[in-house]
Design a protein around this ligand. Structure first.
Ligand SMILES: Nc1ncnc2c1ncn2[C@@H]1O[C@H](COP(=O)(O)OP(=O)(O)O)[C@@H](O)[C@H]1O
Ligand SMILES: [Mg+2]
Length: 266
């Protein structure tokens, strides 16, 4: 879904923001991107959004080779992604409903589609009762959920969040992250830049670490340990019972031989 091949980004003032980045992110993944301030995390996201272009190398997103992207194709690329900003970027003169509806209307959605979809998405982020409120009447966590609803309303394949919890309370950060997890569970690929180590270690997802423009670590999602289930324990106990109680030369011996010798028992 996202591929970086030998990507370098040097800004006009000579700042080398990314150096030789090679990364593959598959559809359906949930990835944390971490690193110190100035490491190049936002630049990494901006290259995906095609807000910046690489100085060298190739970025491929949702099937679009970005170096070959025509100007008129940019809106189509952007429609495949929903973006969540640290500072929410809501329109303060519009209600919650209209902030979310606006993102749909610009894509040419019909009134009927908007009336159906917006309440559904507000429900998904737990704001069904705030549709008529204005952003300034909401808490920071609620505002971020509006911005998440807006990012989701056009059903993007990819959600990109640049420090989405940077301006909200820690306990609300978990809430936002739980929501992103739920969205990911429904099939959307999620990329989250954060510097909150507690969050990263709590959610056990793939973690890409960027340091001084270079990917220095890429740890895959931790697989949950599979506990030995009760039935499996019962089977093991049964087998042990059989082995211990069976006289030599019984059918159980043949079975054990089979297991030990890979089926070549004489
Ligand atoms: N538009 C720009 N022009 C020049 N330098 C920039 C620009 N944007 C970012 N930088 C520089 O590039 C480096 C990486 O920035 P950024 O990707 O924003 O890092 P992060 O998001 O990890 O804090 C920093 O040194 C930053 O100052
Ligand atoms: Mg940044």
């Amino acid at each position: 879904m996202i591929e970086f091949r030998g990507v370098h980004k040097t800004y006009a003032n000579g700042t080398k923001a990314l150096r030789d980045v090679n990364i593959n992110i598959e559809k359906g993944e949930f990835v944390f991107i971490v690193g110190a301030s100035g490491a190049g995390k936002s630049t990494f996201l901006k290259l995906i959004m095609h807000e910046e272009v690489p100085t060298a190398g190739e970025v491929i997103v949702n099937g679009y080779k970005l170096s070959k992207l025509k100007r008129r194709e940019i809106p189509y690329l952007r429609r495949t992604m929903g973006i969540v900003f640290q500072d929410f970027r809501l329109i303060n003169t519009m209600t919650v409903f209209d902030n979310v509806a606006f993102a749909m209307r610009v894509t040419g959605a019909s009134k009927r589609e908007v009336r159906k979809r917006v309440p559904y998405i507000l429900g998904l982020v737990g704001l069904e009762n705030k549709a008529r409120s204005y952003p300034m009447e909401l808490s920071g966590g609620e505002q971020q959920r509006v911005s998440l609803a807006r990012a989701l309303v056009n059903n993007p394949a990819l959600i990109i969040a640049d420090e989405p919890t940077g301006n909200i309370d820690p306990e609300l950060s978990y809430e936002i992250m739980e929501l992103l997890t739920e969205i990911n569970r429904r099939g959307t690929t999620v990329l989250v830049v954060t510097h909150e180590h507690d969050l990263v270690s709590h959610f056990h997802r793939r973690v890409i670490v960027i340091e001084d423009g270079t990917v220095v670590s890429d740890v895959p999602q931790e697989q949950p340990a599979v506990p030995v289930s009760e039935p499996a324990n019962d089977v093991v106990a049964d087998v042990l019972d059989t082995i211990q109680s069976a006289p030599k030369g019984s059918p159980a011996d043949a079975v054990i031989d089979d297991i030990v010798n890979g089926g070549d028992a004489q």
